[in-house]
Each structure stands twice: as C-alpha cells, then as structure tokens.
Design a protein around this ligand. Structure first.
Ligand SMILES: [Zn+2]
Length: 413
C-alpha cells in the first residue's frame, strides 16, 4: 500500500457536498479547509481535514508539504480537440491582419488545412504531437480531459485519431475521455448528405465495435451540419449506445440548444448565440452547458455566452478550453477562469466549480474526480498562490506548482 499525506495547504479547496453537479448559488460554495491536509492511500483520498489532524494520522505515509499554497482538485477540461497535426500560425497572422474566416479558408487555411496535415500524419507522429499537447494540459493543472476526433473526416482517419487517443491513455497519466466527432465538417471531396451517410453507416458502427468513444458530438452550424442532419447523426449515435455532446449556437442561433434538449444530450457546448428559449430548453431537459470563452477571445469576438442567465436559470454550468489549433489554441484552464470572470461575470468560485466538479459530472466521472473527498481519485494540483482567486486574477502567468494523478506526482516543480 502506498500512502501520501499532503499537509499545510493554505486552502484545501474540497468542493465536498452532495453527489451531483452544482446549480445556482451552490456554484459559489467551495468548502475550503484553511491550513488543510489530505491522506491518500493507493491513489484514492482516504481522509481530508485540518493539517494538524492529518499529521496525527500520517503513520508511515510519505509527506508532501504544500507550504502554504492552494491545493485543489485537478481541472477537468470537458471540451478539447486534443489530437491534431501541426498548427495554424499562418491563419493566426492573417486574422491579426484583418482577414475574414472566408478569406483565410480561400487562402488555404481554416479547418481544412488541419484536416490535410492530420490525414498525412502517421499514427506515431500524431501520438508524439498529442503527447506534447497532453503535457501542456498537465502543466496547467488539468488532470482529466475530454478529447474529440474530427480532423480526419474519412473512416480510416477518424479511426486513426481515436486509436491515437487510446494509445495516448496508455502512455501519459492524463485521464482521457474520448468523443467521436466525425461530423466536425463536410470533407471537400463529398456532398453533405453523402458524408452524413458515411458517418452513420460506416464510422459509427466501427467506432462502437472497437469501443473507441464514449460520446458522439456534431458541429451543428450553417455551412456544417444543419438541425436535421445533426439530429440524424445524434439519433444514430444514441441508438448504438453513445452519449451525446454538441457544438451548437456558436456563430448563429439556429436552435441547436433546443435540439440537444430534444435529444437528451449530456452537454450542449459553445452557446454564444443561445437565447432565453434555448436556456429554458436546456434547463427542462437537464442538459449541462459547456462554455468555451477561450474561442470567443481567440477569434477576436466579444459575444460571450450568457453565463449569468444560465446560472440564474439553474443550469449546472461547465467551463472548458476548447483546446484546438484554429479557434482556441490554449490548454490553460486558468486563462479560461480569467475570461469567465472578466468577460462573463462569473465569480472566481463559480468558475472553479464549473471547471472541476461540474465538468466531471458532464463526463460521467462525477463519482470519481472533480472534488477532494474520501473515496475519490487523488487527482489534484498544488498552485503557487495562497488564495484560489489568484488563479483567475493573475492572468497569463503560470502558477502550477505540481500536479498529482491517483496520488502520483506527474509534474516536477
Ligand atoms: Zn470545439
């Protein structure tokens, strides 16, 4: 039995409480233990309490002195596009020069350029790049991520990406929850309905036969997949036992939130354009909104989703990075906390809950991660600050001291 005692946390941010996602004013309740400690056995939390109390029970456990720093659950990033080849530096520069999305796509940029690079990359190459991305996420204090396919857009290339994720799980400590996003865009070589048919009749059966994904996602947007096409894909995915997520109402309010409610999806993601009817539909159907302010910021837009209204309506809001090479090239959850507080008027405490416990529930991992409570995995981060609010306040500055997954340190300070 390997045991570890964490002592002297200025704040042990536990988020302990009822075994369900937090809504309304509950989002502000972090259940902090000042000068806190934690006892860990075989990768699981056995006990939390004051540092003095834990010290009395250390026994033969190895001690880690948090030295008056913040200790909190590792971030759970519930929306990333982790596996892709290359970058989009040229697009970034063109956008800085005032070019529009259409002009950038015409000049050979946009999602298509990432699809071409990802198709051309071998599995080992993709794995090497994905490992680097995984290490970036860990270094920001993230211990669990959802990861989507979607840069292959052929049967073999989508499967290749999902297999890289499975391999990645073996080779890095980051916990990975795979999502099939074959319906990320229509490939240039096919008409939309032809491609939709391939997603439903060829990709989904292979993905489920090889058990490569837990969720199915779709980009429901003008020029990508409309409401009817999205419904077809999500229905087929549900039939083969996948749970549902969706990129909806990002650029236009097309009724995507309502579709996710109708489909009984686990999450509806983006929601920049969602109105009060959409919010009400999500509430009635108990769908968790996943807000990704990093993509609004990186695209130079100012239309952030209506987080306050969603919290007031009683939705179990989640925050995520949307880490991807085009619209949100950040693995940093602290940066997302900053954007949530400054641009969406969430409080630092609400942002922490949305990026840990609520995010864990949105990945069906709420009973295992997302809070520091006895029985859960000891997935936590120590940050170089005394007060959790500093994570959202000092932006653009790394504050990670060390990160632990199942009781083992995965980063060195
Ligand atoms: Zn996305």
């Amino acid at each position: 039995m390997s045991s570890l005692a964490v002592l002297h946390a200025s704040q042990l941010v536990t988020l302990s409480g009822p075994k369900r996602p937090r809504v309304g004013t509950e989002l502000s309740v972090l259940e902090i233990i000042h000068n806190g400690g934690m006892l860990i056995r075989d990768g699981q939390i056995e006990r939390i309490g004051s540092s003095d109390e834990i010290e009395k029970n250390v026994g033969d456990a190895e001690s880690v002195d948090a030295g008056g720093r913040v200790v909190m659950p590792g971030f759970v990033d519930a929306h990333t596009h982790l596996v892709f080849a290359g970058n989009r530096l040229d697009d970034f520069e063109r956008r800085a020069g005032g070019k529009t999305y259409q002009q950038i796509a015409k000049a050979g940029g946009g999602i298509w350029s990432t699809v071409e690079k990802t198709r051309a990359a071998s599995e080992p190459d993709l794995l090497t790049q994905a490992k680097e991305h995984a290490n970036w996420l860990l270094s920001c204090g993230t211990t669990t991520v959802e990861a989507k396919s979607g840069y292959g857009l052929t049967v073999e290339d989508e499967l290749k990406i999902l297999r890289v994720m499975r391999q990645l799980k073996e080779e890095v400590r980051l916990e990975i929850v795979p999502t099939f996003l074959g319906a990320h865009a229509v490939p240039r070589e096919l008409a939309p309905d032809e491609y939709l048919d391939i997603v439903v009749t060829e990709m989904l059966p292979r993905v489920t036969a090889e058990k490569l994904a837990e969720f199915c996602d779709v980009f429901c947007e003008r020029g990508y997949f409309d409401i009817d096409q999205s419904r077809k894909i999500l229905s087929a995915a549900k039939e083969v036992g996948l749970k549902l997520r969706g990129h909806v109402d990002q650029l236009t309010n097309s009724g995507g939130a309502k579709l996710m409610a109708e489909m009984g999806a686990t999450t509806a993601d983006h929601l920049e354009q969602t109105d009060e009817q959409g919010i009400e539909a999500l509430r009635k159907a108990n769908v968790q909104p996943v807000l990704v302010p990093g993509s609004v910021y990186a695209l130079g837009s100012s239309r952030y989703p209506r987080a306050r209204e969603m919290i007031e309506a009683g939705l179990a809001v989640v925050l995520a990075t949307d880490f991807n090479p085009g619209s949100s090239p950040t693995p940093s959850m602290p940066m997302v906390l900053s954007l949530a507080c400054t641009q969406m008027k969430m409080s630092p405490a609400e942002a922490i809950t949305a990026s840990t416990l609520n995010a864990a529930y949105s990945l069906c991992r709420g009973s295992k991660v997302g809070s520091l409570e006895p029985g859960k995995f000891a997935n936590f981060a120590i940050f170089d600050c005394e007060d959790y609010r500093e994570l959202a306040y000092w932006f653009g500055m790394p504050q990670t001291h060390s990160v632990y997954i199942r009781g083992e340190c995965v980063t060195a300070d």
